[in-house]
Design a protein around this ligand. Structure first.
Ligand SMILES: C[S@@+](CC[C@H](N)C(=O)[O-])C[C@H]1O[C@@H](n2cnc3c(N)ncnc32)[C@H](O)[C@@H]1O
Length: 217
């Protein structure tokens, strides 16, 4: 009953709002699996995306160098491309989760032994006392129905001094969709201290991303 009420009073109006603003991008697991199987996301391994991963990997290394304890959780990790950029990183300190079994299979083939879980971010519950030095949401939040709630729930498992790192694609004006803006608004309501806010542009490929680093506690 509560779920039904939530659906009609909160989720549906939220989705409608996002749709009206230009973008409800939520998709189911089979669509993601088909996408990965067809190679639609292969470009994420290419040079034009390098800057985004390098930047996020840099933030992760920076916070771990400052002494943050715990592991790094990569939510919506896809094929774990971020791990490719975490040079010299202890694989035991990485945990990835993603909705797509096809993407996770590919990540497992590329990085045997890496800890990876197939699960929607919404229902992901980290094991026992696991604490995170950093939780990364790299180009995933606009696919979620209630991004702020998912981020907030997982942030309860941050270790002291842990950070949340978010990257959101900023499409070119003529392709403008408001999904990204809706996600930032949803995160703004958490009123977390921001350690950094950076806009990265690959001027060759004409790709822009907004990246923010939060220190929730
Ligand atoms: C654009 S890809 C980015 C992948 C990865 N973060 C990267 O940057 O290489 C978006 C990813 O989000 C995942 N995803 C979408 N909805 C999800 C959900 N509800 N829970 C977990 N992962 C989800 C997709 O399967 C896909 O791998």
């Amino acid at each position: 009953m509560i779920d039904l009420l939530l659906n009609y009073c909160v989720r549906q109006p939220y989705r409608l709002g996002r749709w009206a603003l230009g973008g409800d991008w939520t998709r189911d697991q089979s669509t993601w699996d088909a996408d990965y199987a067809s190679g639609r996301w292969r470009h994420l391994h290419g040079a034009e995306e390098f800057g985004r991963y390098a930047l996020i990997a840099g933030y992760v290394h920076h916070h771990l160098n400052l002494g943050a304890k715990g592991i790094v959780l990569d939510v919506g990790c896809g094929e774990a491309v971020l791990f490719d950029h975490l040079w010299g990183f202890d694989p035991g300190r990485y945990l990835g989760c993603d909705l797509s079994a096809v993407a996770v299979d590919s990540a497992r083939r590329r990085h045997p032994g890496l800890r990876l879980v197939v699960t929607p971010a919404e229902s992901f519950r980290p094991e026992g006392g696991e604490r995170f030095a950093a939780i990364v949401f790299n180009e995933v939040l606009y696919y979620l129905d209630r991004p702020g709630t998912v981020v907030e729930n997982l942030a309860h498992r941050l270790a002291p001094g842990g950070v949340v790192i978010v990257s959101i694609f900023a499409p070119r004006a003529h392709l403008q969709r408001a999904s990204g803006a809706a996600v930032w608004q949803d995160l703004d309501r958490l009123a977390w201290p921001e350690l950094d806010r950076l806009r990265l542009t690959n001027s060759g490929a004409r790709l822009t991303w907004d990246v923010r680093v939060y220190a929730p506690k």
